[in-house]
Design a protein around this ligand. Structure first.
Ligand SMILES: *Cc1c(COP(=O)(O)O)cnc(C)c1O
Length: 284
């Protein structure tokens, strides 16, 4: 059971919620991809012409929904808790039905969880490196796996300066990126990531968090003498991914408008922060 390849058996169609969920994921995924392309078309010519990657954020959602999205062509998925990611990525149905799946880790990573994260099958990218020490730990842990590929990493920046948010202060960015380049041979630095403050009113102008990330990239590219095309920007979620793409995002992390609202009521909440209340939980 759980295979999403075969035809839906008639009796399953009538199971409450089941059918709508299955139709829903494919339908909403298509709608998100259409909106993504529209945003790409509106993007100014001076921004790098990179096709943005859609990371489908499946946190709190069952493996079946991941498989459903995969069967509709989605390949990249994101999770923000190490344990949940490990369980989902190791799920036998996902392993057998989704051979090309790529997992992004997008939550706060504590050093004691690094080895566990490195054990995740099909881990493709860690978006949340936020210290030199964490980079070193991830580097040595990945080295031990003797994988032929370096692990792709982004450096997370706390662009809003809110205490509830993880990430480096903008002024610390260069040091950490240079450290990864110079001292972490098993890591491949690919870009900058931010969560940003919530509820920015776009009628007041562009999201300042996204602008901070853009100017940090400019600074970084000057310093390292690399073209902007080589530094990705991970920014934008369900509520603002089109705006994020229009100002230069290359990696949007979209959850609730693909999989539906998340229900946290069954899980004990570890600690309420502003982020948790908005459904963007991070490990503590
Ligand atoms: C949950 C989460 C998202 C997705 O949020 P939605 O509003 O559901 O699209 C994006 N980024 C991070 C870091 C998250 O934890």
């Amino acid at each position: 059971m759980g295979s999403a390849c075969g035809a839906v058996a008639p009796q399953r169609m009538w199971r409450a919620g089941r059918m709508s969920a299955e139709l829903g994921v494919g339908f909403s995924l298509r709608a998100v991809n259409e909106r993504l392309q529209q945003a790409v078309a509106r993007r100014p010519q001076n921004l790098p012409a990179i096709q943005p990657r859609l990371v489908a954020v499946s946190k709190t959602k069952p493996a079946d929904m991941v498989i459903e999205a995969y069967n509709h062509g989605q390949r990249t998925f994101g999770e923000n808790y190490v344990q949940e990611l490990l369980e989902k990525a190791s799920n036998p149905n996902i392993l057998s039905s989704c051979p090309e799946i790529k997992w992004h880790f997008i939550g706060h990573l504590q050093k004691q969880n690094v080895n566990k994260l490195m054990a995740v099958p099909n881990l493709f990218m860690l978006e949340t490196v936020d210290s030199v020490k964490l980079a070193d730990k991830v580097n040595s842990s990945w080295q031990k796996k003797s994988s032929p590929e370096r692990l792709k990493v982004m450096v997370q920046i706390n662009t809003s300066g809110e205490e509830s948010k993880h990430g480096l202060r903008p002024s610390e960015m260069i040091t950490v990126v240079e450290h990864i380049h110079a001292k972490c041979p098993s890591l491949e630095f690919v870009g900058l990531m931010t969560i940003g403050s919530f509820g920015h009113d776009l009628s007041q102008g562009p999201n300042p968090d996204f602008q901070v990330l853009l100017s940090l990239r400019e600074e970084l590219c000057k310093k390292l003498k690399v073209p902007a095309e080589q530094v990705e920007l991970s920014m934008g979620m369900s509520g603002d991914f089109q705006h994020a793409i229009e100002v230069g995002s290359t990696n949007v992390r979209v959850g609730s408008i693909i999989f539906g609202e998340r229900d946290y009521s069954k899980k004990p909440a570890p600690e309420k922060t502003t982020a948790d209340l908005k459904g963007v939980t991070q490990e503590h």
